[in-house]
Design a binder for this molecule. Structure first.
Ligand code: MN3
Length: 381
């Protein structure tokens, strides 16, 4: 029996994780869940899944939650409530809390020697060296929940790191795969929000349209698998059936396939080293009988280039990449800037930055504030 906690249970990954945990009552024990503002959904989850503890991290909803709970669950609120959860007796925590708080909680969990299923790629992009070094020191595992990294992980198991020639991340190419560069100047928000294969939140859908998401995933793969950037490639695979591949030094290539669903990566991160039976996902080769591949157009999707550069340069450059992207995507979503302003201003933010090598958490925090100021004062035309 694995004791599990979920930070950010009201989001898409957290909700799916709860369904999985519920399907295998003999394998999992749900210790805690947390949500930020959506107390209604948290209440529903509490009724349905019966965790021992629940936490609403936005303090202002604490009373709303408390009034509605009749049974004997323990309720806590605020960031301190989240920290309490991190001190509980659990085997693994799925952390899908975004931003700083998510990062601090990951650090807390690792220090408490609790394995981490990480679905917050931004934290590993920003603080990859800190998280991976701390995990190594504490003998803690960081299991990927991102579908590409789950695929790479599944291909690598049983192999030696020195046998790896390339990690090959696949990407659908997003909604603008067939567009010309000059067409990207006129992209509207509504077009960018239509992803061909995956239905996800707005932020990550825009990241898929600019392909920055793939750039982040390159940095994520670098840290999770301790592989140099020269050995990480991207190939466009519009069908999103192969979730990524590993090429070995003898020329052999392993791939992991399934219908595009987050079910498998979430479940595997929780069930590892076991696999649990799931009869609902029967892959049909007769319906999926065409796999195609294309090269990435780095001149069209310049965000990928910027991500490789920021990753290779290291230090606090990836922090700038992530924070600038975050803020610019927000501005794009409220129609304040154009689609290509995203990559343009990220590039300028990177050029404007003096990086700190081997950053501490405080260095990262300071960098975040610098980028926030830079974007806030930026004159968009
Ligand atoms: Mn992904």
């Amino acid at each position: 029996m694995k004791k599990i906690g979920i930070l950010g249970s009201t989001g898409s990954v957290g909700s799916q994780a709860l369904e999985i945990i519920n399907e295998y009552p003999e394998k999992f024990e749900l210790v805690f869940i947390s949500g930020h503002t959506n107390f209604q959904k948290l209440l529903e989850q509490k009724e349905k899944y019966n965790p021992k503890h629940i936490c609403i991290s936005d303090d202002s909803h604490y009373n709303n939650l408390k009034e509605n709970i009749i049974s004997d669950s323990n309720i806590s609120g605020g960031y301190n409530g989240l920290l309490e959860l991190c001190n509980m007796d659990v085997d693994i925590v799925l952390n899908s809390i975004m931003g700083y708080k998510g990062l601090y909680l990951s650090i807390q969990l690792i220090e408490n020697k609790i394995d981490l299923a990480l679905s917050n790629k931004e934290s590993i992009v920003q603080a990859g060296s800190i998280l991976t070094e701390l995990a190594k020191k504490n003998n803690v595992n960081i299991f990927p929940v991102d579908s590409e990294h789950s695929a790479l992980w599944q291909c690598i198991i049983g192999e030696k790191i020195k046998s790896i020639d390339k990690l090959i991340l696949t990407g659908s190419g997003g909604p603008f795969r067939t567009y010309k560069r000059e067409d990207l100047y006129r992209i509207k928000k509504e077009q960018a929000l239509k992803h061909p294969n995956w239905s996800m939140g707005n932020k990550i859908t825009i990241d898929s349209a600019t392909m920055m998401n793939k750039g982040f995933e390159v940095i994520e793969a670098h840290w999770l698998f301790n592989i140099s950037y020269d050995k990480i490639d991207i190939v466009v695979h519009p069908e999103s059936i192969i979730h990524s591949m590993v090429k070995f030094i003898d020329g052999s290539i392993k791939a992991q396939l399934s219908d595009p669903t987050m079910r498998i990566p979430i479940q595997y991160a929780l069930s590892y080293p076991e696999r649990f039976i799931n009869n609902n996902l029967q892959f049909d080769f007769t319906k999926n009988n065409k796999f195609s591949f294309e090269e990435v157009d780095y001149d069209k999707f310049r965000c990928i280039k910027l991500a490789y550069e920021a990753g290779r340069s290291g230090g606090t450059y990836p922090v700038v990449l992530n924070v600038a992207n975050d803020l610019l995507v927000d501005l794009f979503l409220i129609d304040k800037i154009k689609f290509l302003d995203i990559e343009k201003v990220i590039e300028e933010s990177l050029n404007n930055h003096s990086s700190i090598s081997n950053p501490t958490i405080d260095d990262i925090k300071e960098t975040v504030e610098c980028v926030e100021t830079y974007i806030k004062n930026y004159k968009f035309n």
